[in-house]
Design a binder for this molecule. Structure first.
Ligand code: FES
Ligand code: FES
Length: 159
């Protein structure tokens, strides 16, 4: 039986019906129309579906939508816009850190979470933070460099 799930995504309230076993990923993609979070393994292994739930990095394929009742969510759509990229998106674009792009929404959320916790990460910190996010294209080096560059940009912006 469906029930109503109400939560806030990227600052906007969303309320839709969900089956008890509807994943948060399906809810975001199919009910909220936010397809930036990617459906990869659906087993918590690839990180493509990563979102921030009340400030914590989670894999939305492993959470039922009903469990997120009342939560504050951030998805990749909430990080920036095509005309106003976030520092991380800017750095990924400048460094050529994205190839096919499938893993990038999850990478950006993992990196956002890292920089919120640790504004000055070293390479090891960055590699650990994205260790739950698989990329089949880039070999990770350009992604690590982009996250490092974004940290520098943010430090510069803070003066
Ligand atoms: S789709 Fe959720 S971790 Fe892969
Ligand atoms: S850019 Fe293709 S999977 Fe990462």
């Amino acid at each position: 039986m469906k029930s109503s799930v109400k939560l806030t995504v990227n600052g906007l309230e969303q309320e839709h019906q969900a089956e008890p076993r509807t994943s948060l990923l399906t809810f975001l993609r199919e009910q909220c129309g936010l397809t930036g979070s990617k459906r990869g393994c659906e087993e918590g292994e690839c990180g493509g579906c990563s979102v921030l739930l009340d400030g914590e990095l989670v894999t939305s394929c492993l959470i039922f939508a009903v469990e997120a009742q009342g939560a504050q969510l951030v998805t990749v759509e909430g990080l920036g816009t095509p005309h106003h990229l976030s520092p991380l998106q800017e750095a990924f674009a400048t460094d050529g850190a994205s190839q096919c792009g499938f893993c990038i929404p999850g990478m950006l959320l993992a990196a956002t979470n890292l920089l919120e916790r640790n504004p000055d990460p070293n390479e090891q910190d960055i590699r650990k933070a994205i260790s739950g996010n698989l990329c089949r294209c880039t070999g990770y080096d350009l992604i690590v460099a982009a996250i490092s560059m974004a940290a520098e940009l943010k430090k510069g912006a803070r003066g």
